[in-house]
Design a protein around this ligand. Structure first.
Ligand SMILES: [Mg+2]
Length: 205
């Protein structure tokens, strides 16, 4: 996996073929990789955001113990692939019209776990670049920065707080809210909601 490089001008005008490719950016957890199946959702929200998960703030695990628990919860066997979505990504990766990216707010201490996971689930060759939050910024700030620089045509995310934050900042990007709970989808206006990547027509500009 490559280190993050913020490119101010990712598409060079001298390369028209590259410029015409459709850039698709995926969030990782919840889209391609499932959350640990046996941990209650509320506990996860508390661990990641603090409180009930409704406020725009994400906990950074400061103590070694907390980081160890977070690492353990990201062990690849606890993060099964979401096969129906990975199939879609596999198909897109073979298609020259598209350029695929991962934008994951996973913190720096999860870099190793993430690399292992990409290898174990055989998804490391699909992406032109994997952006990880190696500077441990607040996830919404990190994602907004990457999106503003990368300017993908499509961005798929399952965290409504992040979508609300980035929405006014990336007007050229079509955002899809990926939901597993249909009730949550109703609450988020201004973006399309999907519960499978199969529902998205990626060729539509
Ligand atoms: Mg996610």
């Amino acid at each position: 996996m490559e280190k993050i490089e913020l490119q101010r001008n990712p598409t060079k005008p001298s390369n028209p073929e590259r410029r015409s490719r459709i850039k698709i950016a995926f969030d990782l957890d919840g889209i391609l990789i499932d959350k640990p199946p046996f941990i209650p959702k509320r506990l996860l929200e508390w661990a990641f955001k603090g409180g009930d998960g409704s406020k725009l703030h994400y906990r950074f695990p400061k103590t070694k113990l907390e980081q160890w628990i977070r690492k353990l919860s990201h062990f690849y066997l606890f993060r099964p692939p979401i096969r129906k979505n990975i199939e879609v990504v596999r198909r897109l990766a073979k298609d020259k019209r598209y350029e695929l990216y991962i934008i994951s707010a996973r913190y720096s201490f999860l870099k190793k776990e993430t690399e292992v996971l990409f290898k174990k689930w055989k998804i490391n060759n699909f992406f032109k670049k994997v952006f990880l939050n190696l500077e441990n910024k607040q996830p919404y700030i990190f994602k907004a920065e990457i999106l503003e620089t990368l300017e993908p045509e499509v961005f798929i995310e399952d965290d409504p707080l992040i979508i609300r934050y980035v929405l006014p900042k990336i007007e050229k990007t079509k955002i899809f809210f990926y939901y597993s709970d249909p009730q949550a989808a109703k609450k988020l206006s201004g973006v399309s909601s999907v519960s499978s990547l199969k529902e998205i027509d990626f060729s539509a500009r």
